[in-house]
Design a protein around this ligand. Structure first.
Ligand code: ACO
Length: 457
């Protein structure tokens, strides 16, 4: 962002007639911002923007999105080119360091990451504390946070080298932990990482190999997995990345910050949407049910939304969804599932929704999650693993943003304010003056409740 304070906008208080000039700052692309950092000091007002729909929370050089045109650039490079021509670790390098690596840098980077793919043996025993039917995202919240208890030599956030090693560890260990969460649910033994394989091949190997026999990773599926990881690697200040930045602003260690990002990603309005899309497609079952589901999505009184449609930023086709649709075809064709009924339902749903006035008026297009579930299901992942795979990929973006915060100079704790609408000042009322049951009455009614529960089983 250029520090040009030449341009201003004027804020006028209609009540008092006072006015203030607020500086406008320009980025290298995208809308300019009104710098309101001194607003409260100068005017006594806060701004009110729940959901941050009009608020830039930080300055960043990593990712640019033009939601109206459907453009997504990482450090200036279009996402479709990266998905087609690059690989996940190269994109992770790009996000973190700002440029594509040369051959020496790439070799060094891959060495640094693969050196950290194993997890402490003791950490593996954490998994046994979970029920076999635990959601793998619940396991990931626990085990990623627990990394803080194992790698004390990379938790000092003021030490640049420790921060660097923490990033290597997080990118490297996420697939190992994710595959372990998957294996735990199937009851199969954990498979150790193999550093001779690519990032995606190693992950698929850890998920699908068994010790009893050799396992060859299908190259078409490995390439598709690599693309899925690239497409999910970063997306500027989304909910989980903002969560990582907010957690980090308090000085929390990197493993705790990424665990916070994972919890935020879990929700169905964010990373959990791919799971929700597949459940929805299965529920629809056949093409003839589509008009009914579209009707429900448009009905304000029915809380249902078309999952995998709409986006806070994209008011055009999500560029990642285009690549995902093509990848979906490639994977299904490789697996001999060209006429997959779920893909047919999804494509028909997309066709009908894109012609519907409601979706046109609200600019609702398929997002990255609309096709990813179909691919992952065909590859053999259960729905509960979809968001976990998203977390593996997004770790590259999370750590890049986490590192970028430290390059901004002064670290300021993220602390939004609020529009308070609760009670005004009042005096404390002692318990005995507030009415309700006496202790004896409360005891009898509780005893009666428990007795009735026992009788009714
Ligand atoms: N189906 C039906 N109507 C929708 C949908 C949808 N999928 N998405 C938005 N709308 C409608 C809303 O009802 C609202 O209508 P209104 O103006 O009449 O009240 C309008 O479009 C705007 O929706 P908001 O919720 O205000 O938009 P917001 O930017 O806050 O939400 C979100 C974006 C959460 C992604 C939303 O579109 C959604 O819930 N989509 C389904 C879930 C999903 O696919 N999430 C994945 C996002 S991508 C990702 O995280 C990787």
């Amino acid at each position: 962002m250029t520090d040009s304070t030449l341009r201003t906008v004027t804020l006028i208080d209609d009540l008092t007639g006072k006015s203030w000039k607020l500086p406008v700052r320009d980025g290298s692309m995208g809308p300019s911002v009104i710098d309101i950092r001194k607003l409260y000091t100068d005017t006594g007002y806060f701004t009110h923007d729940p959901g941050f729909t009009s608020t830039s929370s930080c300055e960043s050089k990593i990712t640019f999105i033009d939601g109206d045109k459907g453009v997504l650039l990482h450090r200036g490079y279009p996402i479709d080119q990266l998905a087609e021509k690059s690989d996940f670790l190269e994109v992770a390098y790009l996000l973190q360091f700002g440029d594509l690596p040369n051959t020496t840098q790439k070799t060094e980077w891959i060495k640094n990451i693969t050196y950290h793919t194993m997890v402490h043996e003791q950490l593996r025993s954490f998994f046994n504390g979970f029920r076999r039917d635990a959601h793998p995202m619940a396991i990931m919240c626990g085990v990623v946070g627990a990394l803080s208890a194992f790698y004390h030599d990379s938790t000092d956030i003021h030490d640049e080298r420790q921060r660097e090693i923490a990033c290597h560890r997080l990118i490297a260990k996420m697939p190992t932990l994710a595959a372990a969460a998957f294996k735990y649910s199937t009851g199969q033994p954990f498979i150790y990482p193999r550093n001779d394989l690519s990032f995606a091949e190693n992950f698929l190997h850890m998920c699908y190999a068994v010790p009893a026999e050799p396992h060859l990773v299908n190259p078409v599926l490995a390439r598709a997995m690599e693309k899925i990881f690239i497409l999910h690697a970063d997306h500027e200040q989304n909910a989980s990345t903002s969560t990582v930045r907010l957690a980090s602003s308090s000085g929390a260690n990197p493993f705790a910050c990424i665990a916070a990002g994972i919890t935020s990603l879990w929700g169905p309005a964010h990373g959990g949407a791919n799971e929700a899309v597949l459940k929805m497609l299965i529920e629809i079952g056949s093409k003839d049910k589509i008009p009914e589901i579209i009707k429900r999505a448009k009905d304000k009184d029915d809380g249902f939304r078309l999952m995998g449609f709409g986006h806070r930023v994209y008011k055009n086709y999500d560029p990642r969804a285009k690549v995902m649709q093509q990848t979906c075809r490639e994977v299904l064709s490789e697996l001999g599932l060209r006429n997959d009924p779920l893909l047919e339902t999804a494509m028909e749903l997309e066709r009908i929704a894109l012609q519907d006035d409601y979706f046109i008026a609200k600019k609702l297009y398929p997002n990255v999650d609309f096709y990813s579930g179909i691919i992952l299901r065909a590859m053999g992942f259960p729905m509960s693993m979809f968001t976990v795979l998203f977390a593996v990929a997004r770790t590259a973006g999370w750590v890049a943003h986490w590192q970028e915060q430290f390059s901004e100079g002064e670290q300021k704790i993220g602390r939004p304010r609020q529009l308070y609408t609760g009670p005004t000042l009042r005096s404390f009322v002692p318990l005995e003056e507030r009415g309700g049951k006496t202790d004896a009455e409360a005891f009898i009614s509780e005893w009666q409740r428990r007795r009735s529960d026992t009788l009714t089983g």
